[in-house]
Structure formats: structure tokens, C-alpha cells
Unconditional design. Structure first.
Length: 179
């Protein structure tokens, strides 16, 4: 039987954010999810709603934070700032995924219009309409595979991101025993 001591688990999560693989996985995951969304929008003709566009905004933020984390992974305080950004993004993604899933399943009733709610000086839907323009009201999300919808998969991925990034952050701020 394989036994893992708590200190070994903490050590693994403590080392993750200082390695390039952690940040590259986050970066490539965000890029892949945006490409998947664009595939569904432009190839499958599944038009994006307000919440879908808000998810894309979180994913673009994840790209920027992942690049920052990758470039500053060896600098303790910059790394903690990047990890804090990841926690905010993971929480934002989880909240949007929950709302999207709730709208799809009918346990959340929200106002889902055509206004992103961003200030005029941040008109990303005007600057980058092919990526950020709302084209339909919220309702259902397309099936990805095996009956799993986009909202369900996004919910699972965002919760997984919350757990992994949260554990990595906690392990990073816990003092090591050998210090």
C-alpha cells in the first residue's frame, strides 16, 4: 500500500507554483478553452450568451496571470501575487459556471441580457467583437461529449482549479519545517 504523509503532500503542492509546468498547464488550458469556445461559436454555430462571454473574460485573465506567474515563478512575493490572482480567477470561473449551470438546469433565475456591464473605457466587446460580443440570451449550453454539457464541464474544471490552486497557495504560505 502506498502511504503519503501530509508533509509530502504539502511539499508537492509547495513546489508546484515555482515550477514552469504548473504555469504552462494553466496557460495552455486557458488557451485551449478559449479555442474550444470559438470552435463552438464559429464552427458549430452555438452563439455565446452574457455568461459565456464573462467566462471568456476570466479565461483571458487566466492567460495573463499564467504568463506573469511563469515569468516570476522564482520570486516569492510575485509568485504569491500570481497565486492570489489564480484564486480570484478560479472563484470567478466557479461562480460563472454555477450561474450558467443553474440557468441551464432551472435552479437559478437571473437576468441575462446583452450588456457586459463593463465601463465605457473597457469596451472589449467593441474592440474585440469576434471574441467578446454577446450574441444570444442565456439558456442552454451545447453537449461536449457523453451527454456532458459545456456548463457541467466548466463547473467541474473550475472546482478542480479552485482545489488545486487553493492547496498550492496554502502550501506556499505554510512555513517549511526545515526553516
Amino acid at each position: 500500500a502506498i502511504t503519503l504523509s501530509m508533509s509530502k503532500v504539502v511539499s508537492v503542492f509547495r513546489k508546484m507554483p515555482s515550477g514552469s509546468r504548473y504555469w504552462l498547464v494553466l496557460l495552455l488550458s486557458a488557451i485551449s478553452l478559449i479555442f474550444a469556445a470559438l470552435y463552438y461559436q464559429y464552427i458549430q454555430q452555438e452563439l455565446p450568451c452574457l455568461m459565456c462571454i464573462q467566462v471568456r473574460i476570466w479565461l483571458v485573465l487566466l492567460i495573463f496571470v499564467s504568463i506573469f506567474g511563469l515569468l516570476t515563478r522564482t520570486q516569492r512575493w510575485s509568485n504569491l501575487v500570481a497565486q492570489s490572482g489564480l484564486l480570484i480567477i478560479a472563484g470567478g470561473l466557479a461562480e460563472r459556471a454555477y450561474m450558467l449551470l443553474g440557468t441551464e438546469r432551472g435552479f437559478v433565475f437571473s437576468d441575462c441580457g446583452f450588456d457586459l456591464g463593463l465601463p465605457d473605457w473597457l469596451a472589449i466587446d467593441v474592440w474585440f467583437p469576434r471574441l467578446f460580443q454577446i450574441e444570444t440570451t442565456c439558456g442552454y449550453t451545447p453537449e461536449i461529449i457523453f451527454g456532458i454539457t459545456m456548463a457541467e464541464s466548466l463547473m467541474a474544471l473550475s472546482v478542480l482549479m479552485c482545489v488545486i490552486c487553493g492547496l498550492a497557495f496554502l502550501a506556499s504560505i505554510i512555513p517549511a519545517k526545515d526553516q
